[in-house]
Design a binder for this molecule. Sequence first.
Ligand SMILES: Cc1cc2nc3c(=O)[nH]c(=O)nc-3n(C[C@H](O)[C@H](O)[C@H](O)COP(=O)(O)O)c2cc1C
Length: 309
Amino acid sequence: MKSANHDSSPPSSRSSRRGFLKQSALAGSGLLLLAAGRSKADDAPAPAGGSDGAVPTNATLKTIHGLRTIHGNFLDKPIPEAALQTILQASVRAANASNMQSYSIVVVKDRKTMGDICGYRGGCMLLYCVDFNRLEASAELMGYPYFPDNMTAFVTASVNAGLAVQTAAIAARSMGIDYLITNGIHRGDMERVWKILDLPAKHCFPLIAMVLGYPTEEPSHQKGRLSGPGMIHYEKYHRLTTSEVEDIVRQYDDPERHLALDEDWKAKGYKHYLDWYFKDWLGDSKPTDQETQMLRLLKRSGFVEPQKA
Ligand SMILES: Cc1cc2nc3c(=O)[nH]c(=O)nc-3n(C[C@H](O)[C@H](O)[C@H](O)COP(=O)(O)O)c2cc1C
C-alpha cells in the first residue's frame, strides 16, 4: 500500500527529489525571486470583504492567506530571542483539550542538530511532541493514578500539537519570519530523535517539527488549494461524481492554480499532474518499513495497545 502522505517516504528518495524540486521547480523554472525581495504572496491583496459572505480584509486574515512554506534550508541567521518567545507564547495559546496542553515543544538552535533531527536547518527548530510526562508527574505528586496509555490520548494530543504548530506559523509570518513544517523526523531511523533530544521513551512521541528562519530565496508564488467539492462538504458528506473527480484532476493540471509540488511534471512526460504524483512522487516509497517502525515506537510510547484497563 502506498503512503497517502507525500512527505513521509524515506529520506533517500525524498532528499534527491527535494533537491530536484528545489532546483528545477524553483530556480530552473525561474520561480524564485531574490532573497532581498518580498514574495508575491506578501504583496497579494487580501481577500475582498463584503456583504456576500466573502472573507473580510483584516490583518489576521491577510497573514493567514499569505502563509507559505519555505522548502529547503534557511539562512544561517538566528531568530531573535524576543521573536522566538513571542512565537512560542502564541503557539501555546492554541485551543487544546481540557486545557491540559498534552504536548511539549523542544526548541533547538544548533543547526547540525536540526539537520540530524528533521533534515532541514534554519534559525531555530521547534519539535512538537505528544507528551503526557508533565501531567503524569503532576498526578504522581498529587497521588493520583494516571494512565494515558491509549489511542484517544494520542489522537487528542496530536490535535493539540497540530493546532499549536499552525498557530506558531501564523505568529511567525505575522512578524516576517518564515517556516517549514516537516515530518522529516519520521524518516530514517526515528529512534535518533529520542536519542539526540533525550526524550522519554514513554508517553512522549515526536509528532511534527517546524523550522523557523529567513529564506535564502523567496518563492515567487503561493501554492493554491482545493476548496470545492470533495474538500468542503455542506450538511452531509458528498460523494464525488465522475465529472467532479475529473474537474479535480484538471485543477491539479492547471499551472495557474499552483497545486503541484513539482511544476515540471509535464516536461517529464506525464499527461496529468496526478500521474506524476502517484507514479513518480509516491512510486518508489516503501511505506511498510516506516510503518513497522512507527507502530513499534507508538507501542513503546504506550499509546497503542493499552497496558492498563
Ligand atoms: C505534516 C507536514 C509535513 C510536511 N513535510 C514537509 C517536508 O518534509 N519538506 C518540505 O519541503 N515541506 C513539507 N511540508 C510542507 C508542504 O509541502 C506544504 O505545506 C504544501 O506543499 C503546501 O504549500 P504551502 O505551505 O506553501 O502552502 C509539510 C507540511 C506538513 C503539514
